[in-house]
Design a protein around this ligand. Sequence first.
Ligand SMILES: [Mg+2]
Length: 220
Amino acid sequence: MTQPATSPAPKLETLGLSRERPLVIVDVDEVLGLFMKAFGAFLAERGFDFRIDRFALFQNIYPAGASEHLDIEAGRRLFDDFFATRCAEIEPAPGAVAGLQRLSRGAEILILSNAPPQAEQLRGQWLRRHGLPHPLILSSGPKGPITAGLVAQTPQRTAFVDDLLPNLDSVAEHAPATATFQHVADERLRPLAPSAPERHPRIDDWAELAAAIEAAVHGR
Ligand SMILES: [Mg+2]
């Protein structure tokens, strides 16, 4: 089955984004914010251990002290509940706010987050409260098709940042002119996260990441 090259994407002008400057598309969880840390605290309050011993999400949730992980559907309900009620409590990733503010002086910023729809209000509030008043799109599935639909609307250079290799590969496939960068914010996840630095530079320091994105979109 072939996927469409683009999927319906909002118009840049309805998002308040200009075609006069480069476009930088940035993920939230484990790029701008320490999701695993906040979700782990949320789970602990409910009597669950969140064991970061492999790069997974629902398979890492255990009833406290148990050797079998929680079933996936129960994990998904906890995940949805976290996004509906608590996702505004995530701590910004170190250097993320300063890095994005620096980028926003020379580029348009769009936040593209694979979070459930019920997160929209809290996630938007979180961004504004941390000085990142950029448009937010909540999406699901691989990010290549929607990114292709967005970057096709601008003649400027574009860049994309995510922690997940499948999203980076999806963007490289569907929007090959977009520069891709991997950032993994949580120090515990860094050694576990699959990477392909020959395709997507892996830069876990936000100051270095912002400099590399500037070089990519401004050609310097
Ligand atoms: Mg993420």
